[in-house]
Write a protein that binds this ligand. Structure first.
Ligand code: T1G
Length: 697
């Protein structure tokens, strides 16, 4: 056996234990250990039953994702699980934590399964651009039926042990010591003379239902919901083989489809997204043992949409939080806003009344800064105007206890200037949430020039506690995400002055995979926000930085987006469905004319280059200035805050996939045609000329 898998006999029961921290992933050593252990137990005449149990926080959580893309090493996981299932002695998998992917495939190749009540099981391979490749698409339908297996495999969502029991995926829920429960169950099997119950041989759940209809319905659903994704349709084809082919051929079909997914660019991008999200939480230059300050209570200044959303994040994490507003009326309005927002979750069924009241009990409204004297962390979420920030931080400095962390949610103002409104700039940090704060996972943690290491470490830890994807960034206008999106939005506006329509630009980017097009986004957030940036830029930027006029023209026509019922699209009362705006062509023509532009046909490919390459160029400048630690952090920001498609990996991963020489050459062309905005980043030029990638940094 290997040190990650051990075999010992307890009476007539062989105990196979996996101990491969942190999640018992099925790397080569574990696969060898499992195969050898089950073979040895099979050959031992004293052994009457086998128990499989795992050490650590979870049962096997899947194949070792780090192995993808590397040459396969025998034994393959399918060989291991087929060997387990073929065994002549009853085997019991004891599940705790999360039995995911290959972990659940190992468990369902065992003959019986018992699970801790709080355990979860699932096949999340589709989230990595894959499909269950070790029998999951053939065995799970034999336990749950085709329709439920399709839901689980195509969504990748885990189910609770309780639901797994109801479905027949597990046979018993257990409490207390895992091994004792496993031994007791195995003893019972022996006493009752129960032998192997091979999942692959079970067909009852496949019969008497219209499985073909379930497959057709799922295909249609996926075609509509995830048109750009490669693996979901192949997941469906693999499950289809479970009821159209005998097991051996079905397993072969599954391997063929798995191999197609394994080599797809989407698998590489999605695995990149998985690992880099975890890498982003590691702050370069911050010692691993940097102390983290205790945050037992928090406060938010400002009870607007943002402030209340932030307060809800703390309540959701079980941390008491005060919301400070300047009047009792505003305070009460903020509290009501929190209650109404939770109420919508209750209506949707994602929260129950008891949980709503529990969370509301953690939020309290105040109007006096003196009430913040005891809080450990304060987050300011007031109007984006430096004079207002100054008032707030001076008051916080005067009222908060020493050691309290003072954070600003500013989306672009200079955090260093804000820190200097206090006598404790080392306790000031930026916590830039994304609206709606209680939903969006991204949190930009802005490190000021004086921010203390333990304050930064605490901010990152709080981000994790709030279940956010916390990414450390430096101070500049717009930090990382907004600084890049300013370029992207401006180019989109230029495109509709050069000849495209907003619907064409949005359509091209939706086809690329963006969750929402830039014009639909502008209508949602309000055109006046973008217009105020244009106005500020007109006053501050040198003349060579030309600016689009379209937002000015729209504002002149009183079209500010959804809030006025008209923007780049028209919205019927109470509806968010974008409809064509018949007045738009005249407005665009006027903008083009005033800019001296002859409108022309633009291709979707050109639209993608002008918008996505603008992100890439700015991202390269952000990297060379050290505002982001690594290119993959920029990808993590875009996937989690800006609706960039994970199956494209992020703007920097996408640039590497296109080839930096190709991207650089195109940007040089745009620089000639469209001037100063398109000056190529020096880092991009360097990497392109050296034939390197952002990933090589
Ligand atoms: N392989 C390798 N490393 C993994 C891993 C995996 N499957 N899962 C987690 N890690 C690492 C992770 O990178 C991090 O490392 C540490 O473990 C803790 O993870 C044939 C082909 C299990 C719910 O998709 O969902 O099986 O940063 O921070 O929040 O059909 O990890 O510490 O260096 O996420 O407690 C299918 C992926 C694989 C599960 C735990 N399985 N993992 O969450 O910890 S494909 C998955 C998770 C497959 C078969 C197919 C979560 C978790 P580091 P963490 P966590």
């Amino acid at each position: 056996m290997s040190d990650v898998v051990t075999l010992e006999r307890k009476g007539a029961i062989a105990v196979v234990t996996v101990n491969n921290p942190p999640v018992n992933a099925l790397g080569i050593a574990v696969r060898e250990g499992l195969q050898n252990s089950f073979k040895a137990a099979e050959a031992d005449p004293e052994v009457k039953a086998i128990v499989l149990v795992c050490e650590g926080s979870t049962f096997i959580a899947g194949a070792d994702i780090k192995e993808f893309g590397k040459p396969p090493q025998a034994p393959s996981l399918p060989d291991v699980v087929n060997g387990i299932e073929a065994g002549s002695k009853p085997s019991v998998a004891v599940i705790h934590g999360t039995a995911l992917g290959g972990g659940l495939e190992v468990a369902v190749s065992c003959h019986y399964r018992i699970a801790r009540k709080d355990a979860k099981v699932g096949l999340p391979e589709v989230k990595l651009g894959l499909l269950p490749g070790a029998g999951g698409t053939q065995r799970l339908p034999r336990l749950t039926g085709v329709a439920k297996a399709l839901d689980m495999i195509v969504s990748g969502a885990p189910i609770s042990a309780t639901e797994a029991l109801e479905l027949g995926v597990v046979d018993q829920l257990i409490e207390g010591d895992l091994l004792s429960a496993g031994l007791a169950y195995a003893d019972q099997l022996i006493a009752e003379g129960k032998g192997p119950r091979r999942t692959g041989e079970r067909t009852d759940k496949l019969e008497g239902v219209d499985n073909a209809a379930a497959v057709a319905a799922k295909r249609a659903e996926i075609e509509k919901k995830m048109p750009g994704l490669f693996s979901p349709q192949r997941c469906i084809s693999a499950v289809e083989a479970a009821f159209t082919l005998p097991l051996a051929e079905g397993l072969k079909r599954e391997r063929e489809l798995f191999a197609e997914c394994l080599v797809s660019p989407q698998r590489a991008a999605l695995v990149h997204a998985f690992f880099t999200e975890r890498l982003a939480s590691k702050v370069d230059g911050l010692a691993k043992d940097t102390p983290v300050r205790d945050v037992k209570s928090a406060a938010v200044i400002g009870g607007g949409t943002m402030g209340v959303g932030i307060a809800m994040c703390f309540a959701n994490a079980g941390i008491p939080v005060k919301v400070l507003e300047i009047t009792a009326e505003a305070r009460d309005k903020a509290m009501q806003r929190a209650r109404d927002t939770y109420g919508m979750s209750v209506k949707r069924g994602s929260l129950n009344e008891a949980a709503l009241e529990k969370r509301m009990a953690l939020i309290s409204g105040v109007t006096d800064y003196a009430d913040l004297a005891d809080v450990d962390l304060v987050i300011e979420a007031v109007f984006e105007e430096m004079s207002v920030k100054q008032k707030v931080f001076s008051a916080l400095d005067a009222n908060c206890k020493p050691g309290a962390i003072l954070a600003s949610n500013t989306s672009s103002l200079d955090l260093n200037e804000i820190a200097n409104f206090t006598k404790r700039p080392e306790d000031v940090v930026g916590l830039h949430f994304f609206s709606p704060a209680n939903v969006m996972r991204l949190l930009e943690v802005v490190r000021g020039e004086k921010t203390a290491d333990d304050v930064l470490a605490t901010a990152m830890a709080i981000g994790k506690k709030l279940k956010k994807v916390a990414v450390p960034v430096g101070v500049c206008d717009g930090f990382v995400g907004n600084r890049m999106v300013f370029q992207y939005g401006r180019e989109a506006e230029f495109l509709v002055e050069e000849g495209a329509t907003p619907a064409q630009v949005d359509g091209a980017l939706r086809k690329f995979g963006m969750a929402m097009g830039p014009f639909a986004m502008r209508d949602l957030s309000g055109l006046d926000i973008g217009l105020s940036i244009r106005t500020r830029q007109r006053q501050t930027l040198p003349a060579e930085f030309k600016l689009p006029l379209v937002l000015d023209k729209m504002a002149e026509a009183g079209m500010l987006g959804q809030k006025t019922g008209k923007g780049f699209y028209v919205y019927e009362a109470g509806s968010r469905t974008p409809l064509e705006n018949p007045e738009l062509p005249a407005i665009l023509a006027a903008a083009s004319k005033e800019q001296g532009i002859e409108r022309r046909e633009l291709s979707d490919e050109y639209i993608i280059e002008r918008t996505i390459y603008a992100l890439i160029n700015e991202g390269a400048k952000i990297l060379e200035e050290g505002i982001a630690q690594r290119a993959s952090d920029i990808d993590v920001i875009y996937l989690n805050g800006y609706g960039f498609p994970a199956f494209q990996g992020g703007p920097m991963f996408y640039a590497d996939a296109v080839g930096l020489d190709v991207v650089y050459a195109k940007i040089c062309e745009f620089h000639e045609q469209h001037g100063a905005w398109w000056k190529p980043a020096a880092l991009l030029e360097k990497l392109a000329k050296e034939g390197r990638k952002f990933a090589d940094l």
